[in-house]
Design a protein around this ligand. Structure first.
Ligand code: PMP
Length: 371
């Protein structure tokens, strides 16, 4: 059998995509467990801001009850949107559901960006905004946050806006730094008339939402997710409160079956469990404050920043964050490590259950004081 010689594949691809950074996949838990020789249930996973208590019982029940996984999902996620209407107080015509808020971010970028437009990004922040911007050939205007507390530099942001600015991304609370943007900052950006995308994936832990401003500003999009507090990261469901003019176009450009049957059912069920939701917010917020207190004992080694989210960002004063991350991993504790501009030599730890916090702190003591 002769094999036909392949053409130069890369020469045929979009050149700007070839320049993107290599994708490093996250190691699945079962494989990591095998590699480390530690059972999955003993791994303390504090690296992706998931809910350490899992999914709500109502969501798990709904998944078991559902009998129609062989039927395509409702493309309009209508039942879920009706439930979200009750939950948010926003008319369902302004609610758009996606396969995680990641998909909503992509759809918005697809809708607005033509090559050469620009997006405003207050860095450091969640990497998806600049990744998608690059994918759709936008210029990424990186506006550095203030170095001390990572608050947004509004003056610099306003100065960076021009006629080709299409989207302004505001992550609040910000991932990975944990601080929230004050309303005055968001309003100042909205007053420019540009589309402001407020990504409030972690708003539950901050006790504050920008949703109410969607009734005042027609250029505001607010994104939320079921991946964090609701504990449904593996099912991929997010939603956005979007102006009707944007919603109309988003319907046209999405994949028809973007949200799975399982995702729609579980998300809907988890909204019905008000007590579970409020109890878990309380538990996670209380544990965040306890963790923050415990981290102060290492203040000679790193600074733990105050957080309004379900994770805490720590920047090293001495020693290497990478080493801490690796040593913790060997012991079955996962945290996220950073070493890039404005996030040099740092790590982020998610808030876990109290016993997980204790394990993390014990290992951290051993690593820092005995190595
Ligand atoms: N926004 C922020 C700020 C996030 O941290 C994440 C998840 N890491 C997302 C959006 C994406 O969430 P989802 O799972 O809904 O796609």
């Amino acid at each position: 059998m002769t094999i036909q010689k392949s053409p130069d594949m890369e020469a045929m691809m979009r050149p700007e995509l070839l320049k993107l950074e290599e994708y490093t996949p996250v190691e699945p838990l079962d494989r990591l467990s095998k590699r480390l020789g530690i059972p999955v249930e003993q791994i303390v996973k504090l690296d992706a801001n998931e809910n350490p208590y899992g999914s709500s019982p109502a969501a798990l029940e709904a998944l078991k009850r559902q009998q129609y996984y062989h039927i395509y999902p409702d493309p309009s996620s209508l039942n879920l949107r009706e439930e979200l209407e009750k939950y948010t107080g926003i008319n369902k015509e302004r609610i758009f559901v996606g396969s995680g808020s990641d998909e909503l971010l992509e759809l918005l970028t697809r809708l607005f960006i033509v090559p050469g437009d620009n997006i405003l990004n207050f860095v450091p922040t969640f990497g998806m905004y600049s990744f998608l911007g690059e994918l759709y050939r936008a210029q990424i205007r990186k506006v550095p946050r203030h170095a001390n507390d990572y608050s947004i530099d509004v003056k610099a942001g306003l100065a960076a806006i021009d006629e080709r600015t299409k989207l302004i991304f505001v992550c609040t609370p910000n991932n990975p730094t944990g601080n929230s943007a004050p309303e005055s900052v968001v309003r100042a950006l909205l007053d420019t008339g540009k589309i402001v995308v407020v990504d409030e994936a972690y708003h539950d832990f901050a006790g504050h939402s920008f949703i109410k401003l969607t009734n005042i500003y027609e250029n505001l999009v607010v994104l939320r997710t079921f991946s964090k507090l609701s504990g449904l990261a593996g099912l991929r469901v997010g939603y956005g409160i979007v102006p009707e003019a944007i919603a109309r176009q988003l319907w046209k450009i999405k994949q028809p079956y973007n949200v799975t049957v399982a995702g729609q059912e579980a998300a809907r069920a988890s909204l019905s469990e008000g007590t579970w939701i409020s109890e878990h917010i309380q538990k996670i917020v209380a544990e965040r404050e306890r963790l923050y207190g415990l981290l102060q004992q290492f203040s000679d080694h790193f600074e733990a920043l105050p957080s309004s989210s379900n994770f805490i960002f720590c920047r090293m004063k001495k020693g290497r964050a990478k080493q801490i991350k690796n040593e913790l991993e060997k012991r079955g504790v996962l945290v996220r490590h950073y070493n890039k501009p404005l996030l040099e030599n740092a790590f982020r730890v998610s808030v876990g259950r109290p016993e997980q916090t204790d394990i993390f702190i014990e290992h951290l003591k051993q690593i820092i004081y005995t190595q």
